[in-house]
Design a protein around this ligand. Structure first.
Ligand code: PPS
Length: 570
């Protein structure tokens, strides 16, 4: 590649078959058992096939996996810090023996590649977590994935690529390592510094990356991750629109943008090395490593998993053999009197330094507060405001839970009327009985059916919330884990308030407005909540209502006031 250094560990891999090979493989794969790739596996596969993970030629075999975990190297001695494994279910693994080939398909069933299985093994996941991520704490996103999502069996072996996973979004901004190397060559860029990011860019980032490129006398590649990042991050559609605005801020022809479909692990130091190797494969010569690079946040004890400069240290130890140069990130701060960004270690003691933390920035967005021009670009802020409107324009769900006859429906109806009276909101009531008639008419009251019923309610409420509406749900929802699942579905897309209507069983039974408790006691109705079926009392609902002390109107009023105080209603 002319001016470019060799890819990591030798030649740049390209695991795609040629046209004739694809036809033959498609034919052969008809007889193979098929594995439908998870979103994370699809990301890994794409970067394996196009050479971004060179020198890997497939998912790690058991000996490669052991070597990577214990030495951060492949058995050949080449540095490779991240276990890239194909995890499958036990049921699937039982159909596969070493030596056999399997078809790897996307979620729609399209054949993307085949894998000739060399090894099949059951990994010790605790050991993997400890060795790869330095912890078994499931607050670490990759540990959580490993322990709670990944399948129990790994398959390792070489890949034959049939076609890349399809992307319909931002196609012109997606490049293979080969394409990016070609682009650099065409542009005459001999030195390229890459900037890895999973966040929107603001002025400090522009200043930092521009300085980094100038210091390295290199051109700049903004190389954001659009595969899988940290749960809760700004979605990549919004981010890419922001990046395009920030691109206008660099001198013309100096900077390029390309999207990387990587599934991040948030593995700090090991991840920094991995990121650098990937960028080298894409033809970059320099890589920016910042404070807390690919940091997973805090552990269960509120302590950071890695030290803020561990990634820079590990990189420095291996820089010689990595053959890509680190540009250490200098934290940039805004100096008011000078009206410019400078590295934090270059400010004078008497200078007033301004900064807005990520948390403060999100709070300002959420509450529709001012975001100063010194912090970001008006176009970037407008883009973020469009995707993350203040709470009064966000959807929310009020989820009542409580025993039959506790008063859920009455309070839910009173709240509905209050919201309609005050206006400006589209409200849908998903009352237990209404749902049972319309959405879940075939379901009974076994645990399985109740869970299914609540999941359906949660799904509909999440859709309503995502689209800016208000959902009021009022089922019994007796199981804590199902209520939690509904919360997990809704919180990322809007507000969620769990309201426990805490009327005691004796009172519900005494009221017995529908005559169901009498029937339940007589054994005519089976599996009746509170009588012959469990109700798990919510441990930390947003509100608990004592219907003995409050009328339904007052209860609805209290919820309304809570919604106002949270900013959901004006
Ligand atoms: S669940 O557990 O959340 O799926 O229940 P839900 O959909 O809210 O349905 C509860 C209403 O169904 C009537 N009903 C029963 N409830 C509990 N247990 C049994 N076995 C049962 N059989 C019928 C009852 O009228 C509930 O209405 P509400 O409004 O809660 O009184």
């Amino acid at each position: 590649m002319g001016a470019y250094k060799e890819p990591h560990g030798g030649e740049l891999k390209n695991l795609y078959l040629d046209e004739a090979g694809v036809k033959t493989e498609q034919q052969a794969a008809r007889d193979y058992v098929s594995w439908d790739l998870t979103p994370r596996q699809a990301c890994d596969l794409e970067l394996l096939l196009n050479g971004a993970f060179s020198p890997l030629e497939g998912f790690l075999t058991q000996s490669e996996y052991d070597a990577v975990l214990t030495t951060m190297r492949l058995p050949s001695g080449v540095l490779w810090p991240m276990p890239i494994t194909l995890d499958v279910s036990q049921e699937f693994a039982d159909q596969v023996e070493p030596g056999q080939a399997i078809a790897l398909r996307d979620q729609e069933g399209v054949l993307l590649a085949t894998l000739t299985v060399d090894d099949k093994w059951t990994p010790d996941k605790q050991r993997e977590a400890e060795l790869a991520f330095g912890t078994t704490d499931a607050k670490h996103p990759a540990v959580n994935y490993l322990l709670n999502t990944a399948g129990p069996v790994y398959l390792g072996g070489k890949l034959k690529g049939v076609e890349p996973p399809t992307h319909y979004d931002f196609r012109l901004l997606r490049d293979t390592p080969e394409e990016l190397r070609e682009r650099f060559a065409k542009l005459g860029w001999r030195k390229v510094v890459a900037f890895q990011t999973r966040n929107p860019l603001h002025r400090a980032h522009q200043e930092l990356t521009f300085r980094a490129a100038r210091e390295a006398e290199a051109n700049l590649l903004i190389h954001p991750v659009v595969g899988m990042t940290k749960p809760g991050d700004v979605d990549h559609y919004t981010r890419v629109r922001c990046y395009e605005h920030v691109l206008e801020q660099y001198p013309e022809q100096t900077t390029s943008l390309s999207l990387l479909p990587l599934a991040m692990r948030m593995a700090g130091p090991r991840e920094a090395l991995w990121h650098a190797i990937i960028r080298k494969n894409y033809g970059c010569t320099h890589f920016i490593v910042g404070r807390d690079h690919a940091g997973p946040g805090d552990d269960s004890n509120g302590q950071p998993f890695y030290g803020p400069y561990d990634a820079q240290e590990l990189f420095r130890e291996h820089e010689a053999e990595l053959d890509i140069t680190m540009v250490p990130f200098k934290m940039m701060v805004y100096v008011e009197d000078r009206a410019e960004y400078v590295p934090a270690d270059e400010t004078k003691p008497d200078e007033k330094v301004l900064n807005i933390s990520g948390t403060e920035f999100r709070r300002r967005l959420q509450e529709g507060l001012e975001i100063p021009d010194w912090f970001s670009y008006p176009k970037v802020v407008a883009e973020l405001r469009r995707s993350y409107p203040p709470r009064q324009a966000q959807g929310f769900t009020v989820f009542f839970t409580g025993l039959s006859g506790s008063g859920k429906s009455t309070i839910a109806n009173a709240l509905l009327v209050k919201l309609l009276e005050s206006g400006g909101r589209n409200v849908t009531l998903l009352d237990g009985d209404i749902v049972r008639k319309n959405l879940s008419s075939e379901l009974g009251f076994s645990k399985e059916h109740r869970d299914l019923n609540i999941q359906r309610i949660g799904f509909v409420a999440a859709e309503i919330t995502k689209n800016g509406g208000v959902a009021i749900c009022a089922p019994i929802a007796p199981y804590a884990h199902t209520r939690q699942a509904v919360r997990d579905m809704i919180e990322p897309v809007g507000g969620f308030l769990e309201i426990h209507v805490a009327t005691p069983l004796e009172v519900c039974e005494e009221r017995d407005r529908k005559g169901l408790y009498a029937k339940a006691r007589a054994g005519i109705i089976k599996e009746f909540t509170g009588i012959s079926d469990p109700y798990e009392v919510p441990e930390s609902p947003e509100m608990s209502i004592d219907t003995l002390a409050l009328t339904p109107e007052l209860a609805a009023h209290r919820i309304f006031v809570k919604l106002e105080s949270l900013g959901f209603i004006r």
